[in-house]
Design a protein around this ligand. Structure first.
Ligand code: NAP
Length: 247
């Protein structure tokens, strides 16, 4: 790839929280960033604001609405990106939800929605993009897991299972795709201050974190930027970003 071709990054669920900050930070690194958002009006407006924020700092971004739990819609999104930009260098599988509850009270719907959003989506989005990256013979895939996927968490049987699945998926595709110059790594955040954690008792949580505070989306974006580097000699790894919570 010549130096005048911009590197392209896709961040799913980039209209808020961790995804938004990762998108802005990747744009600062010179990436053209595709801001994927859940296709409903509030998210569309949020995603357009992320595009504006990036353009205001001289970067380039495009918002694409697509429900990542819908395989056909995902294929359409990937086709649209490839048609306009010709390549995809970095994929950040970030979209995710929680529907917490104790196992014996968890509904089928709470199980299935979390599995669809946090786990099936990672498969649906990675599959067509892996084909694009294989042709390029390069690419960096970054999957947002969670420390709960490694250690479990009472009240999150659905969520923790999906994040454990994401870790297994990451290690497997790292092995499958390495010979084509593609790396795949996962990030396992602890507690990060975003809309997802806004209802939690932050003071109580912080008292159990060795570094004494919850993480910020910027703490995750720092690691995303590192894992997005070309010619990375790291693959199949799970990087904990949790302030020492699970030492
Ligand atoms: P967030 O602010 O709620 O962001 C999640 C994003 O995903 C939202 O923009 C959401 O859109 C989007 N999304 C949900 N379903 C989608 C779908 N079907 N299609 C497209 N986009 C969809 O939460 P966050 O804390 O930034 O979480 C980002 C990732 O980090 C998640 O995978 C989460 O599991 C992981 N994580 C977070 C923490 C934490 O402490 N915050 C810890 C460990 C792991 P809507 O706004 O429409 O829902």
């Amino acid at each position: 790839m010549s130096d005048d071709v911009k590197r392209i990054a896709l961040v799913t669920g980039a209209s808020s929280g961790i995804g938004k900050v990762c998108a802005v930070e990747l744009a600062k690194e010179g990436f053209t960033v595709i801001i994927n958002y859940y296709p409903v009006p509030p998210c569309e407006a949020d995603a357009n604001n992320v595009v504006k924020e990036i353009e205001n700092i001289g970067g380039k971004a495009k918002a694409i609405g697509c429900d990542v739990t819908n395989s056909n819609a995902v294929n359409g999104m990937v086709d649209e990106i490839v048609k306009e930009f010709g390549r995809i260098d970095v994929l950040v599988n970030n979209a995710g939800i929680t529907r917490d509850g104790l196992l014996i009270r968890m509904s089928d719907d709470d199980w299935e929605k979390v599995v669809a959003t946090n786990f099936n989506s990672v498969f649906y989005v990675t599959r067509p993009i892996a084909k694009v990256m294989m042709k390029q013979r390069s690419g960096n895939i970054i999957n947002m897991a969670s420390i709960t996927g490694v250690y479990g968490n009472a009240g999150q049987a659905n969520y923790a299972s999906t994040k454990a699945g994401v870790i297994g998926f990451t290690k497997t595709i790292a092995k499958e795709l390495a010979s084509r110059g593609i790396v795949a790594n996962a990030i396992a955040p602890g507690f990060i201050e975003t809309p997802m954690t806004e209802k939690l008792d932050k003071e109580k949580i912080a008292s159990n974190i060795p570094l004494g505070r919850l993480g910020k989306p910027e703490d995750i974006a720092d690691v995303v930027k590192f894992l997005a580097k070309p010619n990375l000699y790291i693959t199949g790894q799970v990087i904990g970003v949790d302030g020492g919570l699970v030492i």
